[in-house]
Design a protein around this ligand. Structure first.
Ligand code: ARG
Length: 411
């Protein structure tokens, strides 16, 4: 009986060739596993293709709920955005794919897992580190990192073994999609000066062609989790799917990022993330209303570390457990609704309300309902400004123009 390996199978050229290649090179039986995280693909067709190409077994797992509830929404609660731009769709999906591969491998008594990543990207790190964290006894096989094929050689190999080469292989772009967003790289995008051609965008209308009339959406949150849209309670998967369509129609969520990969390379990636863009803006707006100033300040710093951790493939780590516990605690009162205006590529928060709001009209207003006692400001300022006053007196901290005046010079 041959050893078994569980391969994360996308149905594309590389992982199809990988099925054959692993069989040849490692003499193992390949269990092809495809995971539905919301990419619009024909998963039954993909399963059949795996078997046709020579897989010993082929499975499809629907992980949409798991992905949104246990990976995407925790990242949303953390406001995790990598380098201020990338909303992390691909990075969030990898640990989940690897976790499911490990589970299947243990169930099937396989000795290894395999993936189609090359040796230049972040995704190999995310897969491999997850396996190291969850089941270090399993080997990891990464054909595209090992075989040293050029694109042409991969196609040649496929043709030699009768593996269908999809027409889409002609597209110069490398694309990865799930519910939280679409990542696009390669082709002309490798020239950072070149404007992304319109053809790379399939989720979002060009802002130029988007409707001239704005559309408003109201997102309801409970403890930092989106639970309703326009007053209708809905599950996370449905909400994200619907919002992707609505915001995409208004050209919202196009991101052009020249990012720093973990492996040291700078790379240019285009993203489409309509729902992510709207939900992150709305969530941050609601936190501004329901968290204290100090909570917001610390949380903004944690958000960066959280994004780095996700990007760097450290989802399954003690560090993440710690940050997760902190973020969860901050979300206790993040309840309420946020109104977002979608217009010509922009999502603008225009309204927010919360039963836990820390905003007080009576304190903020300049009208007659003002309840703020302005006389208290005087004593407060004397004490707040005391260190500055003492230091100025003792150390003569004067700015240049004042120094000139005190020397009788004309300024
Ligand atoms: N740069 C993104 C990341 O590291 C996406 C990687 C996959 N991109 C792709 N176009 N296949 O998370």
């Amino acid at each position: 009986m041959k050893d078994k390996v569980v391969l994360a199978y996308s149905g594309g050229l590389d992982t199809s060739v990988a099925i054959k290649w692993i069989g040849e090179r490692y003499k193992m039986n390949v269990i092809a596993m495809s995971i539905d995280m919301g990419a619009e693909k024909d998963y039954e067709g993909i399963r059949k293709k795996a078997l046709k190409v020579g897989a010993y077994k082929a499975l499809v797992v629907d992980a949409k709920e798991h992905f949104i509830n246990d990976y995407v929404f925790p990242a949303l609660q953390a406001d995790a955005i990598y380098e201020g731009q990338y909303t992390l769709a691909t990075a969030l999906a990898r640990p989940l794919i690897a976790k499911i591969m490990v589970e299947v491998a243990l169930k099937e008594k396989a000795t290894a897992v395999a993936h189609g990543c090359t040796g230049k990207g972040n995704d190999q790190v995310r897969f491999d580190v997850t396996v190291l964290a969850l089941a270090p006894q399993l080997d990891v096989i990464a054909p595209a990192r090992e075989w040293g094929f050029t694109r042409e050689q991969t196609i040649e190999y496929a043709q030699r073994y009768g593996i269908p080469v999809p027409v889409t292989v002609k597209s110069p772009y490398s694309v990865d999609e799930n519910l939280w967003g679409k990542s696009i790289e390669c082709g002309i995008l490798e020239d950072p000066w070149a404007e992304p051609p319109e053809e790379v965008f399939t989720w979002t209308k060009s802002p130029q062609k988007a409707p001239n009339k704005p559309q408003y959406v109201e997102i309801g949150f409970a403890q930092g989790i989106p639970v309703s849209m326009d007053g209708t309670i809905m599950g996370g998967v449905e909400l994200v799917e619907k919002l992707n369509a609505i915001a995409g129609e208004h050209g919202v969520g196009r991101i052009d990022h020249l990012e720093n990969r973990l492996v040291g390379i700078k790379s240019r990636e285009i993203y489409e993330a309509p729902a992510a863009t709207v939900l992150l803006a709305a969530h941050i707006a609601l936190e501004q209303m329901t968290l204290s100033k100090d909570q917001i300040r610390l949380k903004m710093r944690i958000a960066q570390d959280y994004a780095d951790l996700i990007y760097n493939g450290l989802w399954f780590s003690a560090m993440h457990d710690d940050l997760r516990a902190y973020v969860k605690s901050t979300q206790t009162h993040v309840d309420g609704e946020v109104r977002v205006k979608l217009l010509k590529g922009k999502a603008t928060v225009v309204g927010r309300k919360s039963p836990k709001s820390l905003y007080s009209y009576h304190l903020a207003t300049y009208d007659k309902e003002d309840k703020f006692d302005q006389s208290h400001a005087v004593g407060f300022i004397q004490i707040f400004g005391l260190p500055v006053k003492i230091q100025a007196q003792v150390q003569k901290r004067l700015n240049t123009s004042l120094r000139k005046i005190s020397r009788g010079e004309f300024v």
